[in-house]
Design a protein around this ligand. Structure first.
Ligand SMILES: *[C@@H]1O[C@H](CO)[C@@H](O)[C@H](O)[C@H]1NC(C)=O
Ligand SMILES: *[C@@H]1O[C@H](CO)[C@@H](O)[C@H](O)[C@H]1NC(C)=O
Length: 244
C-alpha cells in the first residue's frame, strides 16, 4: 500500500515537472551560461541567472514574485553576470517546453548599479522582444511559444545596439494560456553587464514594474482561446517593445 502510494506520488510529481519549466541555459556570442538549477539548494551554485525554485507557473498577474520568479534571490558570492556588448544576440534554452499557445516576451531592466544587490520588483522593466499570435486563429494558430518549441525550445533576441552600457537584468517570460481564464506566467532573469558606446535609454512610457504591468482585466491575460475560434487578433500584455 505504502509503496504504491509513494510511487503514485512520484509519478504525479514527475508529470507535474514535465508539464512546466523555465530557462535552463543561455548562449551569448558563442558562450554557454548554465542557469540556476531549480529544485536544488542555492548553496554552492554559480550562475548568471537568479534563483528560481520550481518549474511551476505563477498564476496571479499580481504575484509579488512576478519579476524574477520565486524566489528570485541573488546567489551571493555565486551570483555572476555575463559581460556582453549591446547589439548581441541572446539565445535562451528551455527544457522540453510542452505548451504551444501563448506569447513569448523578453524584458530588460537597468539595475542603476550592481544587479547583484538589486531587488527585481523595484526595478523599471522595458520590453525588447515579443511574439504573440503569429498566424491563424486563437485556438489553432501558430504562437510565439509554438515557434519556440519548433526551434529546439529556444528563443533568440537582440539587445538593442544603442542601449547605454551598464548592469541590466534580462527577463524571459512565457505566458501560457492553454487553460481557459487561468494564465500561467514563467519568468526567469539573468544578469548582464552591457558594454558599448550607446547612450539610449527607454523613456517612461516603455517602463513597467513587476508586479504592476499585467492584470486579470488585460484581454491577453484573462482569456479563453477555445471560445474564440476564428478570432485572429491577440493583444500581447505589457508595454510596447522598445526598439532602441
Ligand atoms: C538545442 O538545445 C540544446 C540546449 O537545450 C543545445 O545544447 C543544443 O546545442 C541545441 N541544438 C541546436 C541545433 O541548436
Ligand atoms: C481583438 O480585438 C478586439 C477589437 O479591438 C478586442 O476587443 C479584443 O480584446 C481583441 N482580442 C484579444 C484576445 O486581444
Amino acid at each position: 500500500m505504502f509503496a504504491a502510494a509513494a510511487l503514485a506520488t512520484l509519478a504525479f510529481g514527475a508529470i507535474q515537472v514535465a508539464a512546466h519549466g523555465g530557462v535552463l541555459s543561455y548562449s551569448i556570442n558563442g558562450q554557454t551560461y548554465q542557469g540556476f538549477k531549480s529544485y536544488n539548494t542555492p548553496v554552492g551554485q554559480t550562475s548568471i541567472q537568479r534563483e528560481w525554485d520550481t518549474y511551476n507557473p505563477l498564476t496571479d498577474p499580481t504575484d509579488p514574485s512576478l519579476a524574477c520568479n520565486s524566489n528570485g534571490a541573488s546567489l551571493g558570492s555565486g551570483q555572476l553576470s555575463a559581460t556582453v556588448p549591446a547589439g548581441s544576440k541572446v539565445i535562451a534554452y528551455w527544457n522540453q517546453w510542452p505548451h504551444t499557445i501563448g506569447p513569448v516576451m523578453v524584458y530588460m531592466a537597468n539595475c542603476n548599479g550592481a544587479c547583484t544587490s538589486a531587488t527585481p520588483s523595484s526595478l523599471e522593466w522595458f520590453k525588447i522582444d515579443e511574439a504573440g499570435l503569429i498566424s491563424g486563429d486563437l485556438p489553432t494558430g501558430t504562437w510565439g511559444q509554438g515557434e519556440l518549441v519548433a526551434n529546439n525550445n529556444s528563443w533568440t533576441s537582440t539587445i538593442p545596439a544603442s542601449l547605454a552600457p551598464g548592469e541590466y537584468f534580462i527577463r524571459h517570460e512565457l505566458l501560457a494560456i492553454h487553460t481557459s481564464n487561468q494564465p500561467q506566467f514563467y519568468p526567469e532573469c539573468a544578469q548582464l553587464v552591457i558594454t558599448g558606446s550607446g547612450s539610449a535609454q527607454p523613456s517612461g512610457s516603455y517602463l513597467v514594474k513587476f508586479p504592476g504591468a499585467y492584470s486579470m482585466s488585460d484581454p491577453g491575460v484573462n482569456i479563453d482561446v477555445y471560445a474564440e475560434s476564428g478570432v485572429t487578433n491577440y493583444t500581447i500584455p505589457g508595454p510596447a517593445v522598445w526598439q532602441g
